[in-house]
Design a binder for this molecule. Structure first.
Ligand code: GLU
Length: 611
């Protein structure tokens, strides 16, 4: 959720920490802070708002130093104000700590520490950590041991970094449930919640496991567990992200760049995975569990947000192509249900970041109960990637815009490949398989064709952007697309939108319709077309305005609706993955016309690492 970045080395820490924070800003951005040290007293600055506001308040001359920790916050406990911003500090102002996550038992701990004389200055859950470490240091422990002892008392999730004026050559970091990655440079060492924060400096990384406590020194580090004194070994890995992938490259927003990357990200999602000569797909990541998958009876797709809508699309696909009974669950609700698992159950987790706390909790529960857990994630090395029994990477490159676009299409297409692979061992014929592969191969060209006509969507957005409410409707494969279109609009433009199965409309939402309440109808010429037209007529009969996303060449639709955006013709099953593109553009342009902060919408964060 929030972002942590730390630096210890030979260069000035301040500019590197600020650069890292800017890279992480998409993770949470209501306030930020930095502490820098160089033997002298630690210097601290915190600020509400963006990283640029923090930067403007810092005098770089005063903040010279080659060690530091920094944080961008997504508030869970206490308002986004300066006192609640991190780093938090001990009573003697020698210890400084940043935290990502939630300390669930902070209230009893706070009461206990206050009774022992500790003074608290914030409303956060985090602040107990720094006072616990302080108490342990006072009893004679070094920083690493003091952190270990403190974390043993904590219930909840954390990624933390601690700076101690008494141990100037050291930064201690630890994690449980929130990501934290060490970057190893030349005589310098970094740590961050996401490698994008330091990838310009080093690509050599160590992914910490839960309950690891790492002591960082210039050019050196050691790791112990929260529980024990014994050192643990973690592999050094090389990450494959270029610094250029983190730039906007001429686009006004990352979101627009990412919408435009989709012809490429679709290619990356399927590269080496299509076998037209056999009418099937190949997914190396799930080969080791293929036998178990083939004998599975039930599939539960778990995910949140946009991935949940991708999951709903996936359900139609798995049901159409395989014999699996499929359901889709919101990860945050999964644990409250009494789903029965056995060795014939498969759980498929969808997550861009691979760190979504709700999804992670759901797969841990499923594993405990004996289900086979698969993941479709974008970030290599992420928690879900490591904890799922097997899975497939999206290879979409970093997705920075908070509103997911390219990862929606990537994860959807990978589900098609999975269902195809399995279906071919069941009832799906060679020709049916081949038709799907051909349609997938044509997707990049079709998406490019729509992007080349994006101005048409801008015109439509100009006409409708002042509306305060929108309805999005679709049927079958395109019902989840209607839901996703409504979510995109809400997320980035703050315009109220409801996604509905078109057939449900007359059971309630049609009461809302009048001339000021437009409808976006996803109405390709597939088996649902006639019924969709009837639903559109029902809206028109009540003076509602209708924008249609329709199949190329469908002239009749013009007579029924107010505006049309045409999408190329393809297989019914693949159509929604084209139909979603104009809806992404519509949300983007509407938000831009409203002057919204598109890449960082209020109250939202990219990778939701708290439950
Ligand atoms: N729970 C902490 C707070 O509210 C950390 C939130 C975060 O992860 O940014 O300050």
């Amino acid at each position: 959720m929030c972002g942590i970045v730390t630096y210890l080395g030979k260069q000035q820490a301040l500019p590197l920490l600020l650069e890292g924070l800017k890279r992480l800003e998409y993770r949470g951005y209501d306030s930020a802070g930095i502490a820098v040290m160089d033997g002298q007293p630690v210097r601290l600055m915190k600020s509400v708002g963006k990283i640029s506001e923090l930067e403007a308040r810092i005098d770089p001359v005063k903040f010279n130093g080659t060690a530091g920790i920094a944080h961008t916050r997504w508030a869970t406990h206490g308002k986004p104000n300066e006192a609640n911003a991190h780093p938090h500090f001990s009573c003697d102002r020698k210890l400084f700590l940043v935290h990502n996550g939630i300390i669930e038992n902070y209230l009893p701990l706070r009461r206990e520490l206050e009774a022992a004389g500790h003074k608290f200055v914030s409303e956060t859950d985090t602040e107990v950590l720094v006072h616990l470490v302080e108490a342990n240091k006072k009893s004679g422990l070094d920083l690493t041991a003091a952190v270990q002892h403190a974390l043993r008392r904590v219930v909840g999730t954390f990624g933390i970094a601690v700076l101690d004026q008494d141990e100037p050559g050291v930064i201690v970091v630890a994690k449980r449930g929130s990501p934290l990655i060490i970057g190893i440079g030349n005589d310098e060492i970094l740590a961050a919640s996401d490698v994008s924060a330091f990838v310009r400096l080093t690509k050599q990384v160590v992914y910490l496991n839960d309950n690891d406590v790492a002591t960082l020194r210039r050019g050196d580090y050691s790791i112990v567990s929260i529980e024990g004194p014994a050192e643990v070994e973690r592999e050094v890995e090389t990450v494959d992200i270029s610094a250029e992938a983190l730039e906007k490259r001429g686009f006004k927003h990352f979101m627009l760049k990412e919408i435009h990357q989709q012809p490429d990200t679709v290619v990356n999602a399927v590269r080496g995975r299509l076998l037209p000569e056999e009418g099937v797909s190949r997914l190396g990541g799930i080969e080791p569990v293929l036998e178990r998958l083939k004998s599975a009876r039930r599939l539960s797709i778990v995910s949140c947000g946009t991935s949940f809508y991708a999951g709903q699309y996936g359900r139609y696909v798995f049901e159409a192509l395989t014999n699996l009974e499929t359901d889709v669950a919101l990860a945050s609700e999964f644990r409250y249900r009494s789903v029965r698992f056995d060795e014939k159950s498969v759980v498929l987790a969808l997550s861009q970041s691979g760190e979504t706390a709700d999804t992670l909790a759901a797969i841990r529960e499923a594993k405990r109960k004996g289900a086979l857990v698969l993941g479709i994630v974008n970030v290599v090395g992420s928690s879900i990637a490591r904890e799922a029994g097997a899975g497939v990477f999206m290879h979409a490159g970093p997705e920075i815009g908070v509103a997911s676009t390219k990862c929606f299409t990537s994860q959807s297409i990978i589900m098609v490949l999975m269902a195809l692979l399995l279906g071919r061992y069941q009832n799906l014929t060679f020709n049916e398989g081949l038709r799907i592969l051909r349609a997938i191969e044509e997707m990049p060209k079709h998406i490019q064709d729509m992007l080349d006509r994006q101005e048409q969507m801008l015109e439509i957005a100009r006409k409708y952007h002042k509306a305060k409410n929108f309805l999005f409707i679709g049927r079958k494969y395109n019902y989840p697309i209607a839901l996703e279109g409504a979510l995109k609009l809400k997320e980035i433009s703050y315009v109220h939108a409801e996604g509905y199965a078109a057939g449900e409309m007359k059971h309630g939402p049609i009461a809302l319709i009048d001339e000021s309440f437009p409808t976006m109808a996803v109405v390709p010429q597939d088996e649902t077309y006639d019924k969709m037209i009837s639903n559109i007529q029902e809206i028109k009969a009540r003076n509602g305005k209708v924008i249609a996303v329709a199949s190329e060449g469908d002239r009749e639709i013009r007579k029924v609706v107010d505006d049309v955006f045409y999408i190329p013709r393809t297989l019914d099953l693949i159509t929604p993955l084209l139909a979603v593109i104009p809806l992404q553009l519509f949300a983007y342009y509407t938000a831009d016309l409203h002057g919204r902060e598109i890449d960082k919408p209020r109250n939202l964060a990219k990778s939701v690492t708290v439950e």
